[in-house]
Write a protein that binds this ligand. Structure first.
Ligand code: HGY
Ligand code: MN
Ligand code: MN
Length: 413
C-alpha cells in the first residue's frame, strides 16, 4: 500500500468533530436545512475552503461552493466534488460531511498543475428532514428544483421560502442558480457506505455502480375521535389501528419483494390524547428499489392495501406522493477512472449499488457522476454511532487524489 496521508485523514476527522458541534440540539447532532446550525457549519467550510486557496460563496439556497481555478489558465473544464452538510435527527457525523471534507483535503493537497478547475459543493439539504423533500441543494444546482416546494411548511408552519430568506438565501433566485453544464467533466462524491458490504469484504473503499430510486409519500388514515371509555370496540373507527395494520403490511410487502425496502419513519396521531380514540394518523412512506418498475409496482400495491384496510375499518385513506427520484446508474467512464484509481492505490476493486440516496443521483442530470464508498463501522448510519477509521479516510483521500491525477492526464496536463 503506497504512502497514506494519515495526518490529513486525522485533519478530516477533526473537522468532522468541529462540524458535529454545529447542531440544533445540544447533546446530539441534528442539522436541518436553512437553520442557524447549518449556517454555522457552512461558515466553517467557507473558512477552510478559503484557507485552501479556493473562492468560497453561498448560492441562493445556501449551498456552500468552493472553486479552485485551473493552473496557468488551463481550460479543460471543471471537476465537481462534494456531498451534503445537513443531517438527519440525532445523526452521525460522517454522512455527507465526509464527502465534503475529503474533497477539501484533496484540494489542499493538489499540485498547481491541474488543467481543470475543481469545485467543491457542500449541499444545504440532502436529507429532506425539515420539508420532507430531499435533495433541495443539489436540485437547485442541477436545475431540477420544483418551485412549488417553496410553499411547503415545516413542523412550525414556516414556509421553505421564509426559511431560505431567514438565513440570507434568495428563494426568488433559485432557477438562476442552476450550474451551466457546458464545462463540467463530472461530479464525484465520496460517502460512507451506510451498509455492511465493505466491512464484510474487509475493504476500505468501494466503487458505486448505481443509486436506488426512491419515492417519498405522505399517507393519512382518518377515522372518528371518540371516548376511550364509552365507545364499544366494534363501533370504533380508529385511525391509528388502521395505520398500524398498514404499517405491518408495508413491512411484509418489502420483506417478500427482492431488492425492495420500505419504511414508515414518521407517525403523527391526532388529537393525541390517551383517552381519545385517534381520529387521524398521518405517516411518512419511503420506498426504494434499484429498478424503478419494481418500485412503482410496490407503491401501487401499498396504496391499494391502504385503501382496503381503510374500507374494512370504516376510515378514509389519503395518499400524497411528495417526491420520486429515479434510480441512477453511475457513469461507466467516470466510474472506470475511479476503479483505476482504486487499483493504483493498491486496493482490490469492489463494486456495489447504493440503497441510500445521494446528491449524485440529482447531479447526474447535469453531468457524469461517480461515487466512492468508504467503509463505516457495522454499516451503521443515521445513528450517532456512525464511525470511520483514519486509515480508511486516508485511502479515500489517496484514491480521490489519484482520480484527479488521472483526469488531469486525460484532459491535457
Ligand atoms: O435517505 C437517504 O437515502 C439519504 O440518507 N438521504
Ligand atoms: Mn443520510
Ligand atoms: Mn448522505
Amino acid at each position: 500500500m503506497p504512502f497514506l496521508d494519515t495526518s490529513t485523514a486525522a485533519l478530516v476527522l477533526g473537522r468532522a468533530d468541529r462540524l458535529a458541534a454545529c447542531t440544533e440540539e445540544p447533546g446530539r447532532l441534528t442539522r436541518r436545512f436553512a437553520t442557524p446550525a447549518l449556517a454555522q457549519a457552512g461558515d466553517l467550510v467557507c473558512e477552510w475552503m478559503r484557507a485552501a486557496g479556493m473562492d468560497a460563496r453561498r448560492d441562493a439556497i445556501g449551498n456552500v461552493i468552493g472553486r479552485r481555478e485551473p493552473a496557468r489558465g488551463g481550460s479543460a473544464g471543471t471537476v465537481m466534488l462534494g456531498s451534503h452538510l445537513d443531517t438527519v435527527v440525532d445523526a452521525g457525523r460522517y454522512d455527507g460531511m465526509l464527502g465534503v471534507l475529503v474533497a477539501l483535503a484533496c484540494v489542499e493537497r493538489l499540485g498547481d498543475d491541474l488543467p481543470f478547475a475543481v469545485e467543491v459543493y457542500a449541499f444545504a439539504d440532502e436529507e429532506g428532514v425539515r420539508y420532507g423533500t430531499a435533495y433541495l441543494g443539489s436540485s437547485v444546482v442541477a436545475g431540477a428544483f420544483d418551485p412549488a416546494a417553496l410553499q411547503r411548511r415545516d413542523a412550525d408552519g414556516v414556509t421553505m421560502a421564509d426559511a431560505i430568506e431567514a438565513v440570507g438565501g434568495e428563494p426568488g433566485a433559485l432557477a438562476a442558480a442552476r450550474r451551466d453544464a457546458a464545462d463540467l467533466l463530472g461530479y464525484v462524491e465520496v460517502h460512507i457506505e451506510q451498509g455492511p458490504m465493505l466491512e464484510a469484504e474487509d475493504l476500505p473503499v468501494g466503487v458505486v455502480t448505481g443509486i436506488a430510486g426512491q419515492t417519498r409519500a405522505e399517507v393519512a388514515f382518518t377515522g372518528v375521535a371518540g371516548h376511550a371509555g364509552t365507545v364499544p370496540m366494534a363501533l370504533r373507527r380508529d385511525a391509528l389501528v388502521a395505520a398500524a395494520g398498514w404499517i405491518v403490511a408495508v413491512e411484509a410487502q418489502a420483506g417478500t419483494t427482492e431488492g425492495l425496502v420500505a419504511t414508515v419513519g414518521e407517525l403523527r396521531v391526532e388529537p393525541g390524547a390517551s383517552n381519545v380514540i385517534p381520529a387521524r394518523a398521518a405517516l411518512s412512506l419511503d420506498v426504494r428499489h434499484l429498478d424503478d418498475t419494481a418500485r412503482e409496482a410496490a407503491l401501487a400495491a401499498l396504496r391499494d392495501r391502504a385503501e382496503a384496510i381503510a374500507a374494512a375499518r370504516g376510515v378514509a385513506a389519503d395518499w400524497a406522493e411528495v417526491q420520486a427520484t429515479p434510480a441512477v446508474a453511475c457513469s461507466p467512464a467516470l466510474a472506470g477512472e475511479l476503479e483505476a484509481a482504486v487499483e493504483a492505490a493498491g486496493v482490490r476493486i469492489a463494486r456495489l449499488p447504493s440503497g441510500a440516496g445521494h446528491d449524485a443521483a440529482v447531479m447526474s442530470r447535469l453531468c457524469d457522476v461517480a461515487m466512492l464508498f468508504v467503509r463505516c463501522a457495522g454499516g451503521i448510519s443515521h445513528n450517532p454511532a456512525e464511525a470511520v477509521t483514519a486509515g480508511d479516510v486516508a485511502v479515500a483521500i489517496d484514491v480521490t487524489s489519484r482520480l484527479l491525477d488521472r483526469l488531469a492526464h486525460k484532459h491535457g496536463r
